[in-house]
Design a protein around this ligand. Structure first.
Ligand code: ADP
Ligand code: ZN
Length: 517
């Protein structure tokens, strides 16, 4: 029996395992059902390729990515491993060669697209050959609520039961619901040994800032890093153009990128970014998939990303070379409103919308975090035992105070006015401003009228933003701008829970209305 360490060196040419690989490889080699969650680029393929060589018989690898399967097969063959693929991209000769190798019992790894599982020919073949392990790449494709649902993935569970062999599932998507669904659909509910590793990117510094003058904030951040390659993500296409123009005016080398551009123009930007040093690309999320530049020194978000997963993926493009990299994410109440509205107005079924709100909440929780952002971020992905020291809140601890009374006053203003008004009017009530709107509604007679004089308008705006960030209130999709209380706020209202707020983001609240970037 070949030893994993020798194979690692002799076949794959690596000196050592990456964090987490060895335990996964041991479990898979031993024939245990496993679910491994590792970030993209973490080295998942080794975790089934190496066990395949240690086990007798064939390992069947299911993957939806044809190009990737072909690359892996080629690399394995070059390393002297007998591997083949059955995909729609094959020539007839390639397919014949695979079937022959299978008949001669020579093949160690057989890559297959999930569609193949639908054919009786393929199922008969799999029954005939000596399959010893099923490896499933991109296992989240089995999840109906994920972004990449593949109906054929549902056949994998049947295949496992038919062949009665261990299954090893791999994915970079780690949220709890997806994980539960993978276990249910692929393992028929039998709990696999689960591994979660490698989400920490310690060289990436994490920072968030409340938007006050967003264009200035981005320009300052870029200027402090002049000559370094960076990406600025924005929420709209129009903003990529205006912001890149502003950066050029400030003397940076910058260009824009979004999905509405001609394919040629997009490729040109990608090539320039790859080739030039110190170019800034201002882009929508369309930019990134094809980008494989190791020395991106910084990533800034001019607007809040749509979920904690998107945030993680986007900042993760920085510092692939392992050298220090920096990030800055700007956010404000408008971002929260925009993202909530996008979810509410989307066409997704209700369960999916709920999950999307939860993913946004996770990101907002990170934005309004009171302590170490890395602990918070990695905690979401299930990783504990995190050491940080490289986030803004480790650099300068947040100044927090007991915000329970303030929040309760704000909630009471919301409830007494029928959850019908936006933050502006509610703040007028709290401050006791006798505006025309207040008088027209008779709100000067409310018991909450004028009870919030200990804060000024800006400070109340910051409190409302934090309340939105903690999902205590949400904009009502049916009534423009109106805030409704969520169930999460009830314990605070009933005096059963208290809440800490950040004093510093309240103290430093913008003194003038946010300027549009
Ligand atoms: P993913 O997890 O995204 O599928 P891959 O399996 O493609 O990642 O691995 C990402 C990269 O890391 C590949 O270039 C691979 O060769 C490299 N790699 C994997 N394991 C090791 C290791 N133990 N030592 C060095 N490089 C490794
Ligand atoms: Zn930290």
């Amino acid at each position: 029996m070949p030893q994993p360490n020798e194979l690692l060196r002799d076949i794959f040419g690596f000196d050592a395992f990456r964090p987490g690989q060895e335990e996964i490889i041991d479990a898979v080699t031993a024939g245990q059902n496993t679910l491994a969650i590792m970030p993209t680029g973490g080295g998942k393929s080794l975790c089934f390729q190496l066990p395949a060589l240690c086990r007798s018989g064939v390992t069947v690898v299911i993957s939806p990515l044809i190009a990737l399967m072909r690359d892996q097969v080629r690399a394995l063959q070059e390393a002297g491993v007998n591997a083949g693929a059955l995909t729609s991209g094959n020539t007839d000769e390639e397919t014949d060669a695979v079937w022959q190798a299978l008949d001669r019992r020579e093949l160690k790894l057989l890559y297959m697209a999930p569609e193949r599982l639908a054919t009786t020919a393929a199922r008969d073949m799999l029954r005939r050959i000596d399959v010893s392990l099923i490896a499933v790449d991109e296992a989240h494709c089995v999840s109906q609520w994920g972004h990449d649902f593949r109906p054929d993935y549902l056949r994998i569970g049947e295949l496992r039961q038919m062949l009665d062999v261990p299954l090893a599932a791999f994915t970079a998507t780690a949220d709890a619901e997806t994980r539960v669904e993978i276990v249910e659909k692929l393992f028929a509910g039998v709990t696999p040994q689960t591994f979660l590793h490698g989400f920490d990117r310690p060289n990436i510094h994490l920072a968030f800032a409340v938007k006050n003058s967003p264009r200035r904030q981005i320009l300052d951040f870029a200027s402090a890093r002049k000559g370094q390659s960076g990406i600025v993500y924005t929420a709209t296409r129009a903003k990529t153009e205006s912001l890149s123009a502003a950066l050029r005016e400030a003397g940076h080398s910058a260009c824009h990128y979004h999905g509405g551009m001609q394919a040629d123009d997009r490729r040109e930007v990608e090539a320039r970014f790859q080739r030039e040093d110190g170019l800034i690309v201002v882009a929508t999320v369309a930019f990134g998939m094809g980008v494989d530049k190791p020395d991106i020194r910084w990533v800034a978000h001019a607007d809040l990303p749509k979920s904690i997963e998107s945030y993680y993926q986007e900042i993760g493009r920085a510092g692939r070379d392992g050298a220090p990299a920096e990030t800055l994410t700007l956010y404000g109440p408008e971002d929260i409103r925009l993202r909530r509205t996008q979810i509410d107005e989307g066409l997704a079924p209700p369960e999916r919308r709920m999950a999307d709100h939860a993913r946004l909440n996770a990101l907002l929780g990170l934005a309004e975090a009171l302590r170490c952002r890395r602990v918070h971020l990695l905690g979401y992905f299930g990783e504990t035992d995190v050491a940080c020291g490289t986030c803004d809140l480790c650099d300068t601890p947040a100044d927090v105070f007991d915000g329970t009374t303030a929040v309760r006053k704000a909630l009471s203003a919301i409830l007494r006015t029928g959850e019908y008004f936006g933050a502006g009017h509610l703040i007028d009530i709290l401050l006791g401003h006798e505006t025309d709107k207040i008088k027209a509604r008779g709100h000067q007679t409310l018991p909450t009228f004028g009870v919030g004089a200990e804060y000024d308008k800006r400070q109340w705006q910051a409190i409302f933003r934090q309340m939105m960030g903690h999902d205590l209130v949400r904009p009502d999709p049916e009534r423009h701008g109106a805030l409704r209380m969520t169930d999460a706020a009830r314990p605070i209202l009933r005096d059963e829970a208290s809440i800490e707020l950040r004093r510093d983001t309240i103290k430093n609240a913008p003194s003038r209305p946010a300027v549009k970037a």
